[in-house]
Design a binder for this molecule. Structure first.
Ligand code: GLU
Length: 291
């Protein structure tokens, strides 16, 4: 049997909190329990929001929790050319289209179509893209591209699913907790795979890197469950072999709300600077019930 490889892949856009500690320890412990390996990866594609001090802090937080990982750590911002190449491959397959919409355009379009953006058909991450740029003619598309207008690259979900259905590959994936999942990527709509500012997005980079790094079990919070449908679809399009997944519960704060960087949830840094021990944190998280 192949050796299990897990990973924790934080984005250095803020300080880590208890929710991250749970995710990191979950990946670490499950690898240990099954005699496998644990990797750490920096998902820092969002160059405007990532900060070097958050990288330094998260290294200290994870070491404080007792985690160890092989170095050098893969840092996504050093590999844009690699993601760009994959994006070109998808363009050649004919499953991407350029999208020139701005946030304002989208709001206007959704308001025109549905009365207000929040009445529009919605996916796990908010209103689904209404398809404005999908229906441009070839001429309109070339004209817009020729003007140099900023554009993202979106997946044409119908075309991608059609191609997947003809690939002869497995149109499902396995979550070790929730069981067999028939592919349902359409619930995410025409997602962005190449952003306006960088030649990738979370979905593309995470799928390629998990493959490149030989991850056999992708563990992460339940909030990312729907994203795994997209990742499985991308694996099919690229013909990559697939890992298994385990989406774990999310840590809630005293008010029953899930931890979030933007809500300034109590950080691991603050806990360690206040003299708390890693053992106290682990007791609070009680991973023994996790698996
Ligand atoms: N960088 C992502 C995050 O911090 C990782 C998600 C994943 O594990 O796939 O949410």
């Amino acid at each position: 049997m192949t050796q299990i490889v897990t990973r924790f892949a934080p984005s250095p856009t803020g300080l880590l909190h208890l929710g991250h500690a749970y995710s990191a320890l979950f990946a670490w412990k499950i690898a240990q329990k099954r005699g496998g390996r644990f990797l750490m990866r920096l998902e820092d594609i969002d160059i405007n929001r990532c900060r070097p001090n958050f990288v330094a802090d998260l290294h200290q937080d994870l070491a404080w929790l007792g985690l160890r990982w092989p170095t050098p750590v893969r840092q996504q911002s050093h590999h844009f050319a690699f993601y760009q190449k994959a994006l070109e491959d998808l363009k050649r397959m004919g499953v991407l289209y350029p999208c020139f919409c701005t946030r304002k355009d989208l709001e206007r379009e959704l308001t025109d179509m549905f009365g207000a953006p929040h009445y529009a058909p919605s996916g796990p991450d908010g209103p689904l893209y209404p398809g404005t740029c999908r229906t441009l003619t070839d001429d309109q598309r070339s004209q817009q591209l020729a003007t140099g207008k900023a554009h993202a690259w979106r997946l044409n979900m119908d075309k991608a699913l059609f191609r997947a259905s003809r690939s002869g590959q497995d149109l499902s994936w396995i979550d070790e907790r929730a069981g067999l999942q028939p592919l349902a990527a359409e619930l995410m709509g025409d997602i962005v795979l190449g952003r306006k500012d960088i030649p990738t997005s979370y979905h593309l980079a995470v799928t390629l890197d998990d493959h490149l790094q030989g991850i056999t079990l992708v563990t992460r919070g339940r909030d990312l469950f729907p994203a795994s449908h997209i990742h499985r679809l991308l694996q099919i399009l690229f013909g990559l072999d697939h890992p298994r997944w385990y989406h774990h519960d999310l840590v809630k704060d005293a008010q029953g709300q899930r931890m979030a960087k933007r809500r300034q949830s109590l950080s691991l840094k603050a806990m360690r600077e206040a003299g708390q021990t890693a053992e106290e944190v682990m007791a609070k998280l009680d991973l023994s019930k996790a698996f």
